[in-house]
Design a protein around this ligand. Sequence first.
Ligand code: ADP
Length: 793
Amino acid sequence: MDASQYVRIFEDTTNTLTLNEAQVRLKDFKTFNNRKLNHKYTYWTVLNLRNDSNEGQSFVMTLGYNSISEVYEIDADNNVTIKKSGYMIPIPERDMIHDGDAKVRMSLNIGEEKTIWIKTKQLDHFKPFIEVGLIPYDVWDKTTDKEDLFEGLFTGILMVLAVLSLVFYYYTKEKFFLYFGIYTLLHALYFFNFYGYINIYFFPEYPLLSQPFWILQILTFSMYFAFARNFLKVKDLMPRWYNFFKLLSNILVFLFIIDSLFILVTNNLYFGIGVKNVTTIICSSIGLVFIFSFLKTKKDQAYFFASASIFLLCTLILISVNFFIIEATYDAIYVQIGILIEVVILALAIGYEVKGRLNESRITQDSLILQFRENERMQIGINQELEENVAERTHKINIQKRELQQAWNQSESATMAKSEFLSVMSHEIRTPLNAIISLTHLMEMENENPDNQEYIDALKFSGESLHSLINDILDYSKIEAGKLELESVDFSIVDLMNKINGSFKFKAESKGIKINLSIGEYTPERLLGDPTRLTQILNNLISNAIKFTIEGSVGLSAHLVGIKDEIATIGFGVADTGIGIPKDKLDDIFENFEQASRETTRKYGGTGLGLAITKKLIDLHSSKINIESTEGQGSIFSFEIDFKLDKDFEVFETAGLQKHKQNLNKAKILIVDDNDMNRLVLKRLFNKWNGEWSEAVSGKEACELADQYKFDLILMDIEMDELDGFETAALIKAKSKLNGNTEIIAMSARGDVEAKSKTEDSSMSDFIRKPFVPDVLLNKVSFVLNSANDKEN
Ligand code: ADP
């Protein structure tokens, strides 16, 4: 029931009128005309209600969409009831809490009469809109139930879509899901506010705060363009639009913020919504232009997008234009339909797009699988080919190997055959040759005719040359065939040297050359080795030396290079003052049948085999020959050979040794070494030097001895099991009462040990490197003993 026709209205331009003052001015109230109302003024309305029916009535009195409506209800007894409504009234004070429309409940008993005074004020710069209606409560209740259901469904659909999109975005990280989600959410929020819920649920005490929700459409457009540019692949198809949309989205967000602030500060919703409506008109038009130009791409998505948006955009334009023409009318139902259509179609479009992408990825997957299979096939092919190649190669290599083996066997048997032949031949030759030489000797003895002597000499020389040549060839071929093995027998090096010296004496003297033999001090007697081969080496060298020396002397020497455990290294030298060897021939002379010059054979005889054999024999001893030579001055051939010390060895004494005899003055020396031979060598040497010794075979034993006896010196091997030399020395220094200050000399073959033993905290006084030379040992021992004596004194 529209009550407006019974309504009279009064404009309070002072905005100060109270109920009583209004009542006094009743005569100034005029008939109702909505159009001329002004938001600056307060309006008073009055109407009478009487229940003429025969039952009590319950109404909802609707008062229009106004900021503040105060209803004064005056009954027959002049009792005044005040009821407040309007969207700017905080929720707790409102008479009815439903949507933003001002309304109050009212009831009239049978025959009851009431005067209703209504004070209306608009705060948001919209024109006041006074519309007094009376709706029976049960009718109102039913319609609002229906409305609530629709509103719930509408916002519900939007919320579901929004949540779904955001979930999809979370999993796919596809931006268009995000934008679509926010877009739908904004629509939902807008209508949530439209239905009054934002105010009721979020800002019940502060209605002003829900006002900016009226302009959410600005943000909605921002998302709309963001969605369009991402979803429709505008970047590839229409890059200019893409950039424009990007800019537009940002501008719209900015505009929304400014407009919201403006509304919150001024409460001028009229202007704020005006801005939104202008924006809506512009954005909708842009949207339409875009849709039509995008349709030209003839993409499926273009049709989807067009059918989704065109209706909504057109409605929005119409409604927004309407705002400026007839002010403040808003036909929400079309917009809601438009939004539903749009959102649902866009959701379908998204589904379509996703399906397309799934297909695409399935296709790519399928093609990948195909590709993979193809690769596999190719791989198998390549493998087969490879295997065939490898098999072929292996076959070839095997053949080559067999051929090589055959060639090797052939050459092996050829060498064998050659040496076999040579040894048989030389043996066969040697027998008659021996006979010739012996007969020559007999002939010489029995010869009385001096004329024959010359022939006999020539015969003898030739026979002997032939003999030595045959011996050489025999040796050489033996070595080459790998048949020659070194012996290891006990021999005296001093005897061997003396014998060689003796055997060449006569020959040398006959040339007027002197042989000087020298054997170094401490050269151990009795070694284990191959005296025959050593003799052969030295013979070759000495015979050359004598042969190539016209005047002067030939030196033959042996000396001890060093002793390390059971190995004594002996150095040999053969020196002469002969013709020397040119530098460029030094390497060649060791080749078989090589001589330094062509004239050699003619002048000196020989075959060029001697040095080749010598070199091979020294090689067999794992050593090498050195040569120093100056043409016209002489040559020195030298080499070193390791011999095992025999247990019964004696140290060769020379006159020089005698002078050291009293040196150690019965000093007490502890020899610590786990090598028996090493201790033996040291013991022999200390015997010679007049020292007294004790021996320990381990660090532990050394410690025990050090606890019992006082020593003048300890000679400590470093590489021992369990306690090594350093540990033993440290223990003795730290624990032994008797020998805490005794000097200790370390012995080792290792360079790093030398460095370590020379550090401050090593407990060592000195270091002797193995292999050692006895003289060096004696010097160090004497020096350490003397300085210890000095310290004591
Ligand atoms: P051969 O002495 O039988 O000729 P070798 O193999 O013993 O063969 O020596 C090779 C060559 O080395 C000699 O011919 C000679 O030219 C040179 N040669 C070897 N020893 C000496 C030496 N002590 N002085 C000078 N030349 C030497």
